[in-house]
Write a protein that binds this ligand. Structure first.
Ligand SMILES: NC(=O)c1ccc[n+]([C@@H]2O[C@H](COP(=O)([O-])OP(=O)(O)OC[C@H]3O[C@@H](n4cnc5c(N)ncnc54)[C@H](O)[C@@H]3O)[C@@H](O)[C@H]2O)c1
Length: 327
């Protein structure tokens, strides 16, 4: 299988590495808006540099990975679907639910495989937790708690074009909530504030937020986000059910614990997403390749991308209006 990589930035490089670890699969072409990142990645992966249009039309490309900025996804998805290529697309699919619906129509009409890259579903610990839930290990799910905090905020220039914390950052957690609840939320209530950096508030966004999702059965999910955590990338999940509790803790830089007269000490959490989710990115790509090669179902789908976006829109609206939003 030959994969064309659109976008050779941070996430494009991660996906190129994952592809190189899969037998029988290679990066055949790369494209970027700038020559330097494309040439660098082409040299590292043995690929040919092409323009985005050439790559999508190329008979040397069976599938595309879209790792370009979010506002370019719409056009690239339409072009790739028309060219009958399987599509692996970074999250969020687009900032607008209506535009995602357009993409969904194009993908469904073309009948091409499509993966929305919610990588956290492929984290071995979170995936194991979800399997245990699905197998009924703790009985009926009652409360899902997701703690997700970045080590430090991105630059203000990024915040200004990010679509806001709910669509840019919490979208991963909203997808995780759907993955674990086993039921669609029917109501979203959100609060938020700029407690980390007042400049983020001036840019019209929040850096600290909490969301409560409720389901028709009464199941609850609480999500806590911050753009800052002094101890590293904080990624924890706990699910409480009728018969017990499942918890996935942080991955630390190492497992050495030190004990002195001052007490017990452990390592900081792994710094950020590139380290923390390295294995998840590899498993995500392997799932995509296996599904395309064997014609099996792909999950998360473009519909999952849309549903997470609708939750992010509702959270944003609830934060602005101060009242829960019904879905
Ligand atoms: N799943 C995750 O964990 C995760 C992590 C980071 C980023 N992302 C997503 O990945 C996407 C890219 O983010 P990034 O951090 O890698 O950005 P980045 O800026 O590091 O890389 C994007 C690259 O795309 C290139 N580019 C811009 N327009 C292009 C076009 N039309 N055709 C080809 N190349 C083009 C840029 O020159 C740049 O090299 C975003 O949608 C982001 O939300 C997802």
């Amino acid at each position: 299988m030959r994969i064309g990589l659109l976008g050779c930035g941070r996430i494009g490089q991660v996906h190129a590495q994952s592809i190189q670890h899969i037998d029988g699969v290679r990066v055949s072409a790369v494209a970027d808006a700038f020559a330097e990142p494309a040439e660098k990645l082409a040299a590292a992966s043995g690929a040919t540099v092409m323009s985005s249009d050439e790559l999508i039309a190329s008979p040397e490309v069976d599938a595309v990975v879209i790792g370009t900025p979010t506002d370019t996804h719409y056009d690239l998805i339409h072009a790739a679907a028309s060219a009958d290529k399987a599509i692996f697309c970074e999250k969020p699919v687009d900032m607008s639910a209506d535009r995602i619906r357009d993409c969904m129509a194009a993908v469904n009409t073309a009948g091409v495989p499509f993966l929305t890259a919610f990588n956290r579903r492929f984290d071995p610990n979170f995936a194991h937790l979800q399997t245990q839930l699905a197998e009924g290990a703790i009985g009926n799910v009652e409360i899902v708690s997701i703690q997700s905090r970045d080590p430090s905020p991105p630059p203000i220039s990024y915040i200004e074009s990010s679509g806001g914390l709910f669509r840019d950052m919490m979208i991963h957690d909203l997808d995780m909530a759907r993955f674990l609840l086993g039921e669609e939320p029917v109501s979203v209530y959100a609060v938020g504030a700029a407690l980390v950096d007042p400049e983020i508030g001036k840019a019209g966004d929040v850096d600290t937020a909490a969301v409560i999702l409720t389901c028709a059965s009464g199941r609850i999910c609480q999500i806590s986000n911050s753009r800052r955590a002094s101890y590293g990338y904080d990624q924890r999940i706990e699910v409480h059910g009728a018969g017990g509790m499942l918890r996935a803790d942080n991955m630390l830089e190492h497992t050495v614990e030190m004990a002195t007269s001052d007490g017990f000490g452990k390592a900081p959490a792994q710094h950020f997403f590139l380290e923390r989710y390295a294995e998840a990115y590899r498993r995500e790509m392997r799932h995509f390749v296996d599904a395309v090669q064997n014609g099996t179902a792909i999950s998360p789908s473009i519909e999952d991308g849309l549903k997470a976006q609708l939750l992010a829109d509702a959270a944003s609206q609830s934060r602005e209006t101060g009242v829960p939003v019904a879905l």
